[in-house]
Design a protein around this ligand. Sequence first.
Ligand code: BES
Ligand code: MN
Ligand code: ZN
Length: 496
Amino acid sequence: MQIVHQTNLPGRKSLGCLTFFFVQDELKLPPGVPEPLRDAMSRAFTLRVFTGKKDQSTVVLPAGGSAERLMLVGLGEGKDLNRELWRRAAGSAGKALASMNIAEAGVWLASPPGGRSKSPQGEDIAEGIMLGSYTFTTYKEKKKGKDKEEERELKRVTLFDPRKITTRDAVAKGVTRGEAVCLARTLGNHPANVMTPTRLAEEARAISKKRGLTCKVMEKKEMEAKGFGMLLGVSRGSRQPPKLITMEYRAAKPKGTLVFVGKGITFDSGGISLKPGQAMDEMKFDMCGAAAVLGAMDAIGTIKPPVNVIGIVPASENLPDGEATKPGDIHKSYSGMHVEILNTDAEGRLVVGDALAYGIERFKPDAVVDLATLTGACVIALGHYATGAITNNEAFQKNVVSAGEQSGDIVWPLPSFSEYEEGLKGKYGDLQNIASRDGGAITGGLFLKNFVGDVPWVHLDIAGTAWGVKRIGYIPNEGATGVGVRLLMDLASSWR
Ligand code: BES
Ligand code: MN
Ligand code: ZN
């Protein structure tokens, strides 16, 4: 899908739909809207078919003119309006446009009277529309044929900006953000028989090539030589070889180095500690941390932040097999610590732990963020709106939280008190991979702390936010959300 910014008015060619945004009860027609579109709109206002309240979107049919449909989208009260609400409203519009069976749509940009919002609407609207109109149809045969109605896909949305409210650059920024998030969603949505560790590595290579990043993929042999015992332990039960993917962005004048680690379990059956069957299919999403890192690296190659950024993805399947790791097995981690596996389903912390130790040793970063669909307990604690955070550095965590706030990827700190680490002490090894069930999102996160040393680090548990998030305008009703991409972009670009 393409988004175009244009400062002249819609031409004579008819659009499938032309979209307008309105602040609640401030329903003034923007100047320059031609008849008979004006007429259809003002009727919708006087009959109060449309009032502009939040989340309202109403389609009206003008009697001819340059649009087959008009869509009126409500922004809610002007005093509440902010960038996130713009993105959500644009997202709802995008969702509606994508389901209209039209190829071309338009959005009329106008300062909402009384809205007073000086928000750079172009970026937010472009981002919201990109995200809202996202669909994943790779495995749907297009319904084509004579007797069936032709299925049109939304190809282009033109932003009409006669009063130059925004700029081409702002729109391009929003598109970059939107595309990177959509890329992460698509990586997440592919089934596990397609999105294997090998495929994930291929995707990383392709992104790196396109954006001028360096990409290296470590194979099993080298992992064995270097002692990635936890990652190798997880992959033992799988016929798919594990991969350790590294993507490097180098800034021209770097203000430091950031490392982003994403959990890349392309399918998590639980291994020998097998999960129950219900909803096990959703464990194809267990690589959404990896997807966020790949999406962010894609955007970072474009926006070129003033800091080096290294993306690292430990990729593996977690399956049961005669060769699979068993409860009670002890593996030597990359860092040298021995870890007793008490539950093979707590595999994310093992692969992420090895990747963290490696990334910190190799790149000596100023700060590290890991993203992982780590625990079901985090979903119970926080539900599907906020991502949980664990840290060894409150000041850095503040940066991460505010990058989240700015971007829409909301983060909520979990208590990181070292008292919670007690249950992770090993009986036969240095550590064990689970504590009791209680506070599982916290102990899971704190397990990782053993592999980061003193480097400022934040762990983001995206188990609740990576898929299955409902009722937010720009988030799809189904499938992967692409959470984390925008947060990582904003963290990198605001680094100082
Ligand atoms: N990938 C899962 C976590 C998960 C579960 C995310 C459900 C989203 C929805 C992770 O590998 C896992 O299985 N964690 C275990 C840890 C437990 C064995 C300590 C869990 O949460 O049950
Ligand atoms: Mn698991
Ligand atoms: Zn997992």
